[in-house]
Design a protein around this ligand. Structure first.
Ligand code: FAD
Length: 420
């Protein structure tokens, strides 16, 4: 029986079939695997070689989802705009922790492909496209032990303060860069990644703005990893520190130097925020659907709880919020991936709105489940924890909102001096 109907009149047939196959994968593979991973008390079990996580990666790569955003000409699926939104929402509907892990895995390879660097293309992008084992796994490494929110606010005075500089530094040395320093325990896929898009410091006197983006294979001499992080939600998304001790890369593997760093960081944040909005639309939808099913089945006081008008009101409010999330996040993803002038403030609006809304919807869904909502048996508390983590992930709601406000004001001729 149909439990969910969405406004999808505009979805073309090829994207509809992507939606169906990703939905099957999310339902049959991601959701059951994430439930098992979530229940593991030691995060080392999550990344063990015999963990369900490894099977998820292999199955995803066999289905070609690892190249979803890469161009068709090089063997990718060529999804962008609507197609990318649909893929991210469906995966996250199944399990947002695993969906985001798979999305992060493609990050450095997508950046290398976009750079047009022929050496990176031959040596890394093509083998990644051909990977059917899930053995090439990427990560986005930006956060450092002493730098979190402040890494994500390009264009602010604080970003240009020469007294505040990053902790992972690349120093030019002949034809190479030598990299030293540490990334924080928050790098998603940090413990299992084979390659990183490493956001680092190249010009210390320019403060955080003196950055660079390097493509770094993580099997190079001098790279080491920390132990996996144990955290509240999104437990299937493994995270951990990466250390760099005199790691040498050719100069040509620096995708962006300090000149283009702020612009490139803005582009990264525009995509990341748009993707997070799509992902947490999926989480909100999963919570709403599960609450609806439960409300139909739970007999209490001689009747199904969906007979109560207040439960009906809660369900309708959840439905409304899911629709609002999708409408905003889809419009933003389509605009930002097809326009020549992507909008960071719209991406931030979508991320903050959809993650905060997903947190409300998962909380309301948990309430509809009553005591069972708190039980590990029903899975709704996992959605609640997963949504809570999103209010910090890739930028806190507060810091992103300040950054969004600064952009809006600057378009209106006002310079906002606050740090974010
Ligand atoms: C699930 C998850 C996945 C993540 N994945 C990655 C990843 O793949 N790669 C990666 O590099 N990082 C990742 N991160 C890190 C994430 O981007 C940071 O946690 C985030 O940017 C916040 O930084 P912080 O944790 O250091 O908090 P802090 O920056 O220390 O902030 C602490 C508090 O102070 C507030 N605050 C800070 N500065 C200001 C200001 N100027 N004005 C007002 N309030 C302020 C914040 O809002 C927050 O409430 C992930 C985090 C999570 C939770």
């Amino acid at each position: 029986m149909e439990t969910y109907r969405e406004l999808n009149l505009e979805i073309p047939k090829d994207i509809e079939s992507v939606k169906e196959s990703v939905h099957r994968f999310a339902k049959d593979v991601l959701r059951p695997a994430a439930a098992v991973l979530d229940g593991m008390t030691d995060p080392r079990e999550v990344i063990a070689l015999d963990s369900p996580l490894r099977k998820v990666f292999k199955q995803s790569y066999q289905l070609g989802y690892h190249v979803a955003g890469l161009p068709v000409e090089i063997g990718g699926m060529g999804l962008h705009g609507l197609g990318m939104h649909v893929l991210i929402e469906e995966m996250s509907w199944g399990a947002v922790d695993l969906g985001l892990s798979l999305l992060c895995a493609s990050f450095p390879f997508t950046a290398a492909a976009a750079s047009g660097n022929p050496e990176l293309h031959e040596k890394f992008v093509l083998p990644y496209v051909a990977d059917r084992e899930g053995s090439m796994i990427g990560c986005w490494a930006i956060t450092e032990p002493q730098h979190g929110s402040d890494e994500l606010v390009p264009g602010t005075p604080q970003f240009h303060n020469p007294r505040v500089t990053g902790q992972v530094v690349a120093r030019a040395d002949g034809d190479s860069y030598l990299i030293n320093g540490q990334k924080a325990a928050w790098v998603s896929n940090g413990t299992i990644a084979t390659h990183a898009a490493l956001y680092l410091t190249t010009e210390r006197k320019a403060g955080m703005a003196g950055g660079g983006i390097a493509f770094v294979p993580l099997d190079l001499p001098g790279v080491s990893k920390g132990k996996p992080l144990n955290k509240l939600g999104q437990r299937g998304l493994n995270q951990g520190e990466i250390y760099f001790d005199n790691v040498r890369i050719p100069r040509t593997w620096m995708l962006t130097g300090s000149n283009g760093y702020e612009l490139e960081l803005e582009r990264t944040l525009t995509f990341a925020n748009s993707a997070m909005a799509a992902a947490f639309t999926g989480v909100a939808r999963a919570a709403y659907e599960q609450a609806l099913e439960y409300a139909k089945q739970r007999i209490q006081g001689g009747q199904a709880i969906c007979e109560h008008q207040l439960v009906q009101k809660h369900l309708f409010e959840m439905f409304t919020k899911v629709e609002a999330c999708r409408t905003l996040s889809r419009a933003v993803m389509i605009y930002n991936q097809t326009s020549t002038t992507p909008s960071l403030e719209h991406a931030i609006a979508a991320k903050t709105f959809c993650t905060e809304t997903a947190f409300q919807v998962t909380s309301d869904a948990l309430q509809v489940f009553g005591g069972n909502g708190l039980s590990k048996e029903y899975g709704i508390e996992k959605l609640f924890r997963d949504a809570r983590a999103s209010l910090i992930e890739d930028g806190t709601t507060d810091v992103l909102s300040l950054a969004g406000a600064r952009h809006i004001l600057s378009h209106n001729g006002v310079t906002a001096h606050a740090a974010a």
